[in-house]
Design a binder for this molecule. Structure first.
Ligand code: CMP
Length: 138
């Protein structure tokens, strides 16, 4: 099974949708290997999204991701990276296909309810960010 990483973002946690999103992921065939409620510090958010550091939305993204608790989840499934991205829908919630998590629970291109790793290599890096040293049950 392939592995990936998701974060239920502060907008979705604040709205009380974390449980519904977790159920959606399980219904989509993902195994929850490890799960943590987190509150990102500014330094953690900057490090996690370092690849976007030069983008005009970086400051707003860091402010958003540190605005409240989030939920990080290590996931496994066949073809997990691509399947999670299909299950989430397009980055901009306003453009996300009906029935996808971002369509159901997000608002716009920033407040889009959920993050998912965009490649198996990034999945390894992002999983280590939150779950290094944890026993992961497949
Ligand atoms: P995510 O998939 O977590 O990866 C980077 C995040 O930056 C993205 O979801 C959005 O929350 C945010 N983002 C991406 N593009 C934009 C944009 N054009 N304007 C504002 N925020 C963006």
């Amino acid at each position: 099974m392939e592995e990936t990483l998701t974060i239920i973002k502060p907008d979705a946690v604040r709205a009380g949708n974390a449980g519904r999103i977790i159920a959606h992921l399980e219904d989509a065939g993902f195994v929850i290997q490890a799960i943590r409620r987190i509150r990102l510090s500014r330094a953690q958010a900057e490090a996690f999204y370092a690849v976007h550091r030069e983008r005009p939305f970086f400051e707003d993204l860091v402010a958003f991701m540190t605005s409240g608790p989030a939920v990080a989840i290590a996931l496994a499934r066949e073809n997990a990276v691509a399947h999670l991205r299909d299950t989430m829908g397009a980055t901009d919630s306003a453009q996300a296909a009906p029935g996808t998590i971002r369509n159901l629970y997000g608002t716009n291109i920033q407040n889009n309810a959920i993050h998912g790793s965009d490649s198996p290599d990034n999945a390894r890096v992002e999983r280590a960010f939150f779950f290094a040293g944890c026993d992961l049950v497949g």
